[in-house]
Design a protein around this ligand. Structure first.
Ligand SMILES: [Zn+2]
Ligand SMILES: [Zn+2]
Length: 81
């Protein structure tokens, strides 16, 4: 793993291209959550992209179902129900 390429939101789990602003909390996720591009979060994003939908496996807190997760909006659509 070299330099980060993506950040992932801790709340909605949306994946966005890496920027220092996003990683350093200067630019928040559109949902208002915190974006992070650390190695751990990058792995979470990779697993999500590969179809893993098990929160425990991903090291996430219990929360909304990930079955409808998509890279562009994470689980935000559903969280607003
Ligand atoms: Zn978010
Ligand atoms: Zn992180």
């Amino acid at each position: 793993m070299s330099k980060p390429e993506i950040v992932i939101c801790g709340d909605c789990l949306r994946i966005l291209p890496y920027t220092d602003e996003r990683h350093c909390d200067i630019e928040p996720c559109p949902c208002g959550g915190q974006l992070c591009g650390c190695e751990l979060c990058t792995y979470t994003a990779i697993w999500l992209r590969q179809g893993v939908r098990n929160r425990a496996f991903l090291g996430l807190q219990p929360g909304p179902n990930l079955g409808f997760w998509c890279e562009e909006t994470g689980i935000e659509d559903r969280a607003s129900d």
